[in-house]
Write a protein that binds this ligand. Sequence first.
Ligand SMILES: [Zn+2]
Length: 303
Amino acid sequence: MTRALPWQALVLCLVVVAIMAGCGDDSDDASTEVNVVTTLPLFADIVSNIAGDRAAVDSLLPPGADPHTFEPSPSDVRKITEADVIFANGLGLEPSLLRVIGANISSGAVLVELAEAAISAGVSTLAPDDPHLWMDPTNGREYATIIRDTLILQDPGGSDTYSGNYETYAATLDDTAQYMRDTAAAVPPDDRLIIATHDAFGYLARAVDFEIAGFVVPGPGQDASPEDISDLITTIEDLGIPAVFAEPQTSVETRTLEQIASDAGVKVCALYSDALDDTVRSYVELLRFNAEELARCLGGSGD
Ligand SMILES: [Zn+2]
């Protein structure tokens, strides 16, 4: 815990009150018990759903950032040193961040790598080099379970709050999983093929009974060769795929996929994996959007 002593709180209050009115009543900081930092904004969203106002939750990545290539700033280092609990994904998703977290986490704090913990808890995995386990809400539910248990260990007094919020959120994730299957069912079995920017959609495909037909590069920041690009165009043409899926955050892979789609004469749709934005602001919205987009772009009924 890094809770301020009363005199420090008083000094802070005086400083804050000089800048803005409203010090002295129950601010969020006064009621929070745990200071949580996550790597991805979507993990911060899951934590917030379970912690309610018992935790201050912040993410290291800004909403549109790419975890594969993100380099932390000095202000990110300060968030890390002040955290009681840090949730990352692991499995190679955010290598730079985990190095900086490892070097700066305070001695009493806890680091949980959610994908590693979910695998230890028994979730079934696909390719060992795809870290995007949360793209299947069944795995996201396991992330939520691990987050609940971690918060209870760190703050036993909040056990009832965390458990109650978890029950509500887990039910929402179950409903979302069903909604995704129902929505994706609009796509005929032969057309259930995803071509995307990077290898992030295997767990989404499994959740809605689709297959990955190809991707530009395994991970962001890698280069696609001319052979990779022509192979992907051949795949699109041979399989008669009407749409490919780019990730909304601008990247080299997105521009490459847009060029491939233009050459193959197919449309470019969107799927979210690592990042949130103003369209998709939460984990549940991400899951719902992806299923709706698959149905809209591959559903065969046209636009
Ligand atoms: Zn990714």
